[in-house]
Design a protein around this ligand. Structure first.
Ligand code: SF4
Length: 332
């Protein structure tokens, strides 16, 4: 079956004064129509660089692709010219960035900014573009949409700005929406409203969503599948219920154990140690200095992919613990 998005063995690095930072390492992911895939992990693990790679918005230099393909509707985005890519961005793939407050242009009205996206991609009149902008503001359930069209970003609350960003991202009815920490800057009630809105849009239009977040509570509620990233690599991937009910990778287990417990007096667990510097990754499994299960092969060789349960073939994990040829019990 062909996927809407298929990232294959992607490598993205940056040349820095500290050396080569390999931010994305051999990442492979797929996303089907109407599906929400959550990409989770701590800050700096490569989630946003993966998203920006799909959009071809990595500044080059210092960035460069070192390997792989990004197939979108069968076309390799890494081979498109910039002009071809501009026709994909905002049209077939929309993106909501982390910072709506800085992503909107302060000197243009909300209506002008949504219209500009539509006029860039569609051969329609100013009047039709304004009607579309109004329709989008209604779709994202912004209060008093007619009045908002002629307002400037500074006149809107944080939640309304995020709705405007969403309206811009979906104005051309993209097949794929990339939402990079779309609600981090918002309070909890507005967060839920925006995420419910994205989920409804997905259901109404069969749009796919690549949801990038460090918030596992959001993932549990909105994602169909989850990919967990650590130090530039995917380390575990599977259906959301498998990941939450039966996490297999020690890093995923640590992330889930660090979620707040129902009992407010319960102590929050943390993952010991620090994320390694991306220019100085340890040999073998990058998680081994923090892993309670690390054993000799982990310090030498990067783990391949294993499927812990034959009943759940979509749940895979990059960890030597699940190597079927391993016969020795693990000692830490
Ligand atoms: Fe831990 Fe080894 Fe698995 Fe890495 S490969 S997560 S170090 S057990």
């Amino acid at each position: 079956m062909s996927h809407l998005l298929s990232i294959e063995n992607l490598g993205t690095c940056f040349d820095t004064d500290d050396g080569v930072v390999q931010s994305v390492r051999q990442v492979s992911l797929t996303l089907d129509a109407g599906e929400t895939l959550a990409l989770v992990g701590e800050s700096g693990c490569g989630k946003s660089v993966t998203a920006l790679s799909v959009m071809r918005l990595i500044p080059m230099p210092p960035g460069r692709f070192t390997s792989g393909r990004i197939l979108f509707s069968g076309r390799n985005l890494l081979e498109l010219t910039e002009a071809e890519m501009q026709r994909v961005r905002g049209n077939q793939i929309g993106m909501i960035f982390q910072e709506p407050m800085t992503s909107l242009n302060p000197i243009f009205t909300v209506g002008d900014q949504i219209m500009e996206v539509v006029l860039r991609h569609e051969n329609i009149s100013q009047q039709q573009a304004r009607a579309r902008a109004l329709e989008m503001l209604k779709r994202v359930a912004i209060p008093s949409p007619e009045a908002r069209l002629d307002q400037y970003p500074h006149e809107l609350s944080g939640g309304m700005k995020q709705r405007v960003m969403t309206a811009m991202a979906i104005a051309c009815q993209p097949q794929l929406l990339i939402a990079d920490e779309p609600t981090t800057a918002l309070d909890v009630t507005v967060q839920a409203q925006i995420l419910d809105l994205l989920d409804k849009l997905r259901q109404d239009t069969r749009m796919s969503i690549l949801l990038i977040t460090h918030n596992l509570g959001i993932v549990a509620q909105y994602a169909d599948r989850v990919a967990v990233m650590y130090s530039g690599k995917i380390v575990e991937e599977g259906p959301v219920t498998s990941i939450f009910e039966s996490p297999q990778h020690p890093y995923t287990q640590g992330l889930l154990n660090s979620l707040p417990k129902e009992d407010p007096r319960a102590k929050l667990e943390t993952i010991p140690g620090m994320v390694p510097h991306p220019a100085r990754l340890p040999r073998g499994c990058a998680f081994h200095p923090r892993c309670p299960e690390a054993h000799p092969p982990c310090r030498e060789t990067v783990p391949g992919w294993f499927t812990p349960s034959p009943e759940d073939p979509e749940h895979r994990v990059a960890c030597w613990l699940y190597d079927p040829s391993r016969t020795q019990p693990v000692s830490s």
